[in-house]
Design a protein. Structure first.
Length: 193
């Protein structure tokens, strides 16, 4: 069964687009895009083991740190830049988003929603760092540097003059339309500037 975030992103990205995937992990999303949509894609990844996985899948990948910028790419070179469950792990999310918007016509951002009701309950009742499907790590092993919510992200976009073209909140295998800041475990935004 395909991950719901992959399904949503595959639906957003138009056929024959040029895509840059920041923090592409094992390259599975890019592989799916290239196979299903005829996408010309490149990934950027910092983890060497993940780079090997990309190469095994015949996915083009560059070894780089996205926190240092995207200086190798000209303005609006890509149709889509994808930041799939990576933004919360970056040191400077604002810089990463603005660089993505510089090199891409559209930016797809997904992240775990730290205002999800189960996270709130876990923290409130147990007094401990929550553990959910989207946040499976113990506090000292978590790659997450920034804990933000759907509401935080919307305020950030408004302040930065970033336009939201599409939003999907979801949990497990289902989209969440009612009070997504409370009931959506994860979020995907399609942005432009």
């Amino acid at each position: 069964m395909q991950r719901l975030d992959y399904t949503i992103i595959l639906d957003i990205v138009e056929k024959n687009s040029k895509v840059l995937d920041l923090g592409c992990g094992d390259g599975e999303l890019l592989r799916l895009l290239e196979k299903k949509e005829g996408v010309e894609g490149v990934g950027i990844e910092n983890d060497e083991q993940m780079i090997y996985s990309c190469v095994k899948k015949d996915v083009t990948v560059e070894h780089a740190d996205i926190d240092k910028g995207l200086h190798d790419f000209p303005d609006k070179f890509f149709d889509y830049v994808i930041i799939n469950f990576t933004l919360q792990e970056t040191k400077k999310p604002s810089k990463v988003i603005n660089e993505a918007l510089r090199v891409g016509k559209h930016v797809i951002v997904s992240f775990p929603n730290f205002a999800y009701y189960k996270v709130r309950l876990f923290l409130g009742l147990k007094g401990k760092t929550p553990s959910t499907e989207a946040l499976p790590y113990r506090w000292d092993e978590s790659p997450n540097l920034h804990y933000f919510t759907i509401k935080d992200f919307l305020e950030f976009c408004s302040t930065e003059g970033i336009k939201k073209e599409r939003f999907t909140g979801f949990t497990g295998k289902h989209e969440v339309k009612f009070l997504p800041n409370l009931f959506a475990e994860k979020a995907i935004f399609l942005l432009t500037k």
